[in-house]
Design a protein. Sequence first.
Length: 208
Amino acid sequence: MSNHLLHKGFLAQRQRNQILNFVNSLRSDGDLTNPHLKELIGKLNGFSCMFDLSQNEISGKISQYQAGGAVVQTEIPNVFRDIAESVCKEVGIPNKNSFLQIVDMDEGGTIGAHYDAGFDGLINYKCNVSVLSGPYEFAIEKEIVNVEETDLYCFEASLYKHWTPNPFKSRRVLLSFGFMLEYEELGRSKSDPRIRLSERIQRHFQDK
């Protein structure tokens, strides 16, 4: 069982231009304190900025953890919230406990193999939108997803190890929308083998 999804040409050109204008104005000035994240993000050859969209206890906690403590407080343009709503309608999930990571990578950057953080009773469901890049491969365990500019791809990031097999050959801008969803909202249960594995991984990393 998996909830992987790929939607080709999801992002409109008008939205893409608005996003790039905003990303080009960003600067990364956070100090990563989480050692696992520091190693992962160190391979990006670029920067990553985290925004707490839902502004509640759960979204705040996961934003702080995945950003290594550097959550951007600046209000983001409405286009990002509009895209989050469109993603949820496309995938059929509730827009709750949501956060956004903007990743801007230069040539040579990679994303190392990792699981995203999950919490007890919740799955970290990621919906990534490719804003600027050449075609690239994205690995979700044994599956290779061929991603092109403006594509949307979604998966259970706390249940499946994921990474990019090859360094990027050009600049890449990615929107990574995250939603902390209950097991049942994704057709899972506590007895699911992947849920049990995810809970063991959570205890290992979050106790560090």
